[in-house]
Structure formats: C-alpha cells, structure tokens
Design a binder for this molecule. Sequence first.
Ligand code: UT7
Length: 381
Amino acid sequence: MPRYAHIIGWGKYVPPNILTNDDLAKTVDTTDKWIREMTGIGQRHIASSKETTALMALHAARDAIEVADVNPAEIDLVIVATATPEYVFPATACLVQDALGAERAGAYDLEAGCSGFVYALSTAAGMIRGGMYNTVLVVGSETLSRVVDWNDRATCVLFGDGAGAIVLRGSDEPGGVLASILGSDGSGGELLMVPGGGSKHPPGPETVLSKMHFIKMNGREVYRFATRVMASASRQVVEKAGWPLEKIDLFIPHQANVRIIDSAARALKLPPEKVFVNLERYGNTSAASIPIALCEAIDAGKVKAGDHLVMVGFGAGLTWASCAIQWSAAKPGVTPPQKAAASRLRYGWSGIKSIGWRLSRRIDAIVSKAIELTERKAPEE
Ligand code: UT7
C-alpha cells in the first residue's frame, strides 16, 4: 500500500498571444508604470477563441504525462482545478480524460478560485496516501480573459490565461506531498466573484446588461486578506510537515501581485533567491499560476531532488491552501523521437475511439427508435 504521493511529471501551456501593459493602455485609462509598480505585471498571455480551458489543460497534461512516462490508461483520476470551466457541465476534467484516452480514470472539476490547484493537489495526495488511488493527474487551467471586463481598469490589467499540470504517483519511498492546509472564509465571498450565470442569477438579458458575467473584485480587501493568509498558511503547513522555516528551499506562491508575495516572503524571512516569481510575464492565471510557476522553476534548475518546497495560494471563496513537498523527481532527459511518435499515435487513436463511441451512441439511439416505432406499429397489423 503506497504511503507517499510523489510528483513524477509536470507540464504547462500558455497561449502564444501576448497582451502587454502598453497594449492595454491604448484601450483603458492605465499606464505600464502603474501596473508594474502596483502589481509587478508586465504582460499576460490571452487565449484565442480556439484555445479553451479544456484544450489548454490537455496540452499541459500531455506534457506532464510525457515527463512522468506513464500510459494514460494507468491514470486513476483526473482533477481539473478551474474557475473558468469549458461548460457549466460536463466537467472540463471529463473532456480531458476522454481526449487523453485515460479510460480507467474518474474525472471531476474542483472550484476553489486561485487556491484550486493546491486544493486539488492536496486532495489527490490524500487519496493516494489513503490507498484509494495510485496515479492521479492534477491540472490547473484558466481562460480568465473570457470573464474579464475589458473596460474595467481595476481588474483587466491583472489576469491572464494558461494551464499547468502534474502527475502524482504513490510510492513507499518517503517524500512527495507531506502536508497540506486548506482554508475557507465564505463570509468574504462577495469580495471576488462572477455573480451571474449560476442558480442565483441565471443567465439572461438582465445579467448580461448589468455585466454580471464579469469578475467583480474589491481589490483592496482581497489584498489585505492575501497578505494575512499567505504567510500564516505557509507557516502552518511547514509546522505540520515538521520542518523549521529555514528548511524551505523554494517558495512557490500564487502569482497575483508581487507586493503580496514580497510581504509573505518578508514575514517568513525568506531571501529573494528562495522565492519563485514569474508574474511579470503571465499576470494572475488563477488556478494555473502555481503549476506554471513550478514548471518554470524546474526548467530554471531551481528544484533538485531532496529540496523542500512550499506552495501557497489564495483566492475567491475566500479560500487559501498550502502544501509542503519534499521533491523527489529527477529532471527528465529529452524524449526520444520514437517515444514522442508513439504518444502522438496513442492520442490519435484515443481521438478516433472517442469519435467511434459518439457515433455508436447515435447509431444505437437511431436503432432503438426504429425498434420502438416498429413495436408500436406491430399490434395494429
Ligand atoms: O487571485 C486573487 C485575485 N486578486 C488579487 O490578487 C487582487 C489583490 N489586490 C491588489 O492587487 C490591489 O488591490 C490592486 C493592485 C488591484 C489595486 O491596488 P490598490 O492599492 O488596492 O488600489 P485601489 O483599487 O485602491 O485604487 C487606487 C487608485 C484609484 O484611483 P483614485 O480613486 O485613488 O483616484 C483607482 O481608480 O488607482 C486607480 N486604479 C488604476 N490606475 C491606473 C485602479 N486600477 C488602475 C489601473 N491603472 N489599472
């Protein structure tokens, strides 16, 4: 029975289209200077109409699966953390499961705002440590550009699109995700929300006219909340893992505002070289920000086997989440071309099978209808 949950694969995807602060300054009353000084953001990636939450999740997931060197058929569960799902239902995770050909996997979405990825990672690790599953794919994917009011300078400068994924696997080898803290304070729900489109305010002309499908945020209050919880959730998780604070080798915080990150780092007495920051290039990608940052930290050589990592997020809910990880994976080598070709073939075959199942469901429906009609006619004859 595995007792530890290790990250064995990782991947990310960001849309190629970049929107700089100067681009934004042409459409709303803002400046590059204001955005950089107040947030640390310089640009963000914006999805095209074809790049949806599921598609970006799929790209990131395929990369993570390749690094992990697992067959999608070995995956037991797919969790997609997102606040901007493909549809109200079905879950984005089901679309990803199908496109990957992860035929044995269960799949569901997890909504905890920008804390979603750490919530999902902690949940998956708990399932593995409890013996329920052995291999879990966790993705954070967001197309926030679809719910941003591009006329609201207070929010449109903050957010970006993208996806990050990891593969978690059970093992008896000590390490991996060692401790988690999940928190919620629903009394602050209205401080950061998309009010329209749910059961309280179903979509209609009124919700569209009053812009209820866009992000509404009280930035100042969210800022105050974030500076409070980032440090405390990190302290708590480190304590739960049984580490002193000095043991942290790399701190990977949710990338929302560099001033929030600096404040948490100061409170934890972490020097800048132990804090990973990449929001200058991506803005706030919500549930995708931490896995994207993890991938970049690995690529930059900042994560080595045996390192002690802390991830911490905060966001809508209000929610917060942290986890302490002892890194165990070695950096993978370059995938040989034959293996990459085999993966492409496998995904192509999964796509064909999926189309086949859809088709057979339709044929089945037509045949059933024909039988029903024949049976109804039969007594008259
Ligand atoms: O994942 C969680 C998502 N949310 C967050 O992380 C948000 C956390 N909050 C923040 O990062 C900060 O609150 C902001 C950076 C969003 C705003 O900073 P602030 O110090 O709270 O500014 P403010 O909203 O109180 O606005 C200060 C001034 C206002 O002008 P007046 O009323 O003083 O004349 C705003 O209208 O800054 C103005 N302002 C801007 N000016 C230029 C607001 N947005 C902009 C802008 N460009 N984009």
